[in-house]
Structures are given as structure tokens and as C-alpha cells.
Design a protein around this ligand. Sequence first.
Ligand code: AMP
Length: 631
Amino acid sequence: MSYQEHYRRAFENPASYWAEQAKAVSWFSPPKTTVLETESGSYCWFPDGELNSCYLAVDLQIEQGRGEQVALYYDSPATGVKESITYNDLQQRVARFAGAMKNNGIEKGDRVVIYMPMIPEAAVAMLACARLGAVHSVVFGGFAANELAIRIDDATPKLILTASCGIEFDKQIPYKPLVDKAVELAVHKPAYTVVYQRSMLKAQMHPSRDIDWDEFQAQAQPAECVVVNGKDPLYVLYTSGTTGQPKGIVRDNGGHAVALRYAFNHVYGMKAGDVWWGASDIGWVVGHSFIVYGPLMGGGTAVFYEGKPIRSPDAGAFWRVIEEYKVNSMFCAPTAYRAIRKEDPAGELAKAYDLSSLRWVFVAGEKLDCSTYEWLSGLLNVPVIDHWWQTETGWPMTSPMMGWESPSETRLGSTNKAIPGYDIRVLDGTGNELAANETGNICVKLPMPPGVAWSIWNQPQRYKEAYLSAFPGYYHTGDGGFKDDDGYIYITGRTDDVINVSGHRLSTGEMEEIVSAHPCVAECAVIGASDSLKGQVPVGLVVLKSGEDIDEAQLEEELVARVREEVGALACFRKAVVVERLPKTRSGKILRAVLRKIAANERYKMPSTIDDETILPEIEGILARRGVVRV
Ligand code: AMP
């Protein structure tokens, strides 16, 4: 069946299309109800189907003969540790850990906060929760104590699972003091913390509150998989909202299992036995969907990498991993490739490795600029596929379907076409649908397909307000962009990344594309600075490629000319400022919102997700010297 036929079926009769796809999942008892509209107006799929997500990811794979297949390749360049964990090994470790949690009172529906680095025990912990029907909430290991405390208070876990430390390049980051501080700050006090002691750093244990990971499970018997319903929550994952209070995105078991199976096979084109690498962290949605659950539920082998794209030990780290594990396909954010490119512009390091196992690579999470796209495609000589999704959806909304014959061609600047089940529309501010090539709010006509979050933890009403109220009948993605004549989607950025110059709405993403195409530029951010005459004017913050020493005035002149040439004089792009580095989240996204505040001379709060707090004052100083902001 062609993509068009799939799309048509999912569009005309979503319930029948997804009921058909749900047959790929081994339910204990198949769903009687396919889809249910909730009180908030969202849609819950397969609410009464009985299943267990850990069973699907682990036990089922063994029943199907994959017991000796590697489930996870753990690779940690900073510690030099590598481990090949088969499905049999994984089942033993997960069942035992689940048994230990059960002995300690964890039951179906209880919450467990996981604050751990990228070590296999973190995946074991997630799967063990799923085995018991407990709800895990993984908090990115690196969030400050206060952020962890906010999440503890919202999720009210019975238990916290942590490790003595994480590793950033070659630096040890002690986790335990952070957890202790968070527990101190939180109003809700979890009964105890289980600590995995890493050999390089032993955490101080609190005698009455902390339990050693090994002791915790020393006497435990393996636990069986608990039957849960499709609508029961599998996990809560916090993501930033427009307020300081993060949104606890709730993922159910049923729709999630159907969606991930579909995505792994059809979107990513992976089969059982293939090697897949989600180069991210379990603290983010990619880690949930495509490091742990997706590849395992699909019988794949997942790479579990505790390292960075560069300085691990060099910018050839990714290529080494691809060769060593014969990675068939991978996913990461474009920022990783930009970091590699900055260190190794000619891609010399890649030439030392055999990358022939790669069929295609996926990128998402932020805009893929054409220049990085071209560099990477030229280097790898395989399709580089930009696709688009967000924490809330849990799986892609647009992508070519690599598992089917003749997937849509990639188109420069586009994240490709809507995946069957996503009826993507571009609406103007009043909810009218825009014509092809007109930029507006990217929305999805309800119902959303299975797997998409349909509630916010503890606050179902907030779900409605955040996603369903702006455009009744639609899910509001918060992204701006357009659709071309052939239905390809182009994401120009968050709707709040649009700047208004003399009444003209302009995409900073578009200008970034042009600026980053300059041969001396490694990466950039274009922000709207306050302008008393025009409201806002764009300013480019530019990071040069290693070894480039172009005169700043000359660079500025060239960039201004390029933007004028490609966007027009109305863009008023007149200033480009060279900076050493850009402020990013730990997952690699440029922190544009805070840059906007700085550029607008507004007070800002240090974002909790920031990678390095010293960057913002550094940039403020540079902008002040260049007269962009007042001191
Ligand atoms: P998150 O929920 O943190 O994964 O962020 C999701 C947001 O990242 C989306 O709403 C988009 O703004 C952005 N995003 C994700 N994928 C892409 C992409 N391929 N191109 C451009 N922006 C993207």
C-alpha cells in the first residue's frame, strides 16, 4: 500500500486505520474500544486493551527467539566501559529490580522519579517500573535541585532512583547531593532513595533514607509483568511550558505501544535485529521513545551511549560508534553535527571509519540548516532525513516513511510530509486555514493519532488550555511554518520566535539559515532586539568555525548583504556580532527565549536547562559593547 493510500485511510477513518495497526502489538487482551474522547477534548486510544509495555519490550522478544540478541550496547567513552546486554540479560536485570521495588511497596500507579545518567541501570529502572505498572518520571540528570524538587512535588513519587554521579566529557557531576537538596526543598518527601554507586565516585548515604542499589535487590525475586490498561499512564515527562511550572506530559501504555511499533518499523524503516542509535539522553522524549521503548518493542538492538559528539575523545566519536556497532540508522539533533563540523570542518575524522552499515540518518529537535544538511549528506553519502515532532506527540508528525517503498524525497528546508494520522493544517491567527506557502500556526486537526499525550499530570484542564483552546478542533503545536504545494511541511520555529519589524512578521529561523550558510559561520542565532522606531530589528549572534579569523566588520557586511539579498531590505538585518558560543540547553537547543529577553533589555531568569551559566553574561557584555543592549 502506498503512502497516499495509508494517509487516505488514516484520514477518512482513523479508528479503523489504527485498529488495524494495533494488531502489530501483542496485547494480553485486545482493546474493545478503539478511541475515546476525554473530558478535555483530547483522544485516548485503546483505553481498555490489556498489555504491559515491559513485556512488549523485553519478554515478548525472548518468546520470539531474540533472547541471545543484544538488546542494548552500552558504550561510555568517558569511563571506557562497554557492555553488550542481551534480551535475556535485560529480562533478568529488569525482573529482579522490579521484584525489589515490589518488595518495597511499589505498586501499579505509584510514581517513581528516576534521576540518572546514561547507564544501563537507568533503562533497567524505567522498564522495571513499566513491569509493575508503576509510572516513571525521568528527570534529566543535570537539572538543578530546585527543578528536581518541582517535579518531585508534582509527581509525588514513593521512590527516587539515582546514581552517585553523571559524567560530562571527563568531569564527574555528583548527583546525590543534588537529590538530597531536592528532597530537602520538596514538600513531598519520597520514602527513600536508591543509589547506584559508580566506581569513580561513591555517594554519601543517609542511613535512614538511602539504600544501595545492589543491596536493594540482593534478596529480590523476579517480578512478573502486571496487566495494565491501555489508558493507564506509563510515564510522566516534564517539559517547559510558557509558565515557570513545567508541564507533566502523560504518556499512556496502549496508544504509545501502537505508535512506537508503527514509528520504528514504518517511519524509521527499522526491523527486528537492526541496530538503531538514538543519540540523546533518557531524560528527553527521544530517550523514552527511541533509546528505550521503540527499538526494544520492535526487537531491535539499541545503542546506549554515554558520551558526546566531540571530545569523546575527539570529534570522530560518532563515526567510531557507527563502525563499532554497525549502526543501521540513527537519530540526533542537528546541533551534534554542527559541533562535529566546527571541530572537523573537512570531516577528516569520518574517513578513518567504515560507515557502510548506515542506511540513513534522522535529525530533529531544532531546525536543520541547509549548510549542515549539505555538509552531512556529502560526508555520509546516505539520506539525511529531517523530521519533526515534540515531547507531547512522543513520535514524529512529519517524516518520509522509510519502511515503505518509495518514501517521499527529502526537500531542502522541509521536515517532509505528514505521517498518516496527522492531519496538519496551517491556520492564521483567527483559525482560518491558510493557502499553500503561507506561513501561520501549525496545527493538527483532532483527533490526534495514538501515542500523543492526552493529558497533563494532575492538570487535565491545563492540557485543554495549552493545546486545544487557541484553535477549537485543533491541537496547537506552538510552531509556525507553512505547507508547500505538494504538502511538504516547513517549520520556521516556535511561533514566539517570529519577530515583528515595522509590522512585518519575519522568521528569525529563515535569517539564521542565510547567516549559517556563510562559509565562515559554524552556527548562529538571530534575535529581535528592541528598536524604538521599528519595534524590533534582527541581530545575528555568530559563532565562527575553528580557525576562521575573518574581520568582524567584513563578516557583518557580507551577512547584511546576504540577508538583504535573500529576505529583502524589510528584514532590516544590519548587525552581526561574533560570539564565542551560544547559550544552549543540555539537550543542545539554543536558548532563544532568554536571548530575546536580553536583546529586549528585559530582566531574565537563568534558565534551569542551561548548559553553562557563564555564557549569558558573556553575551550580554558583547551586545552591550556593540550597542545592541544598554548596560
Ligand atoms: P521538544 O518537545 O523539546 O522536543 O521540542 C519540540 C520543538 O522542537 C518543536 O515544537 C519544534 O519547535 C522544534 N523542532 C522539533 N523538530 C524540529 C525540526 N525537525 N525542525 C525544526 N524544529 C523542530
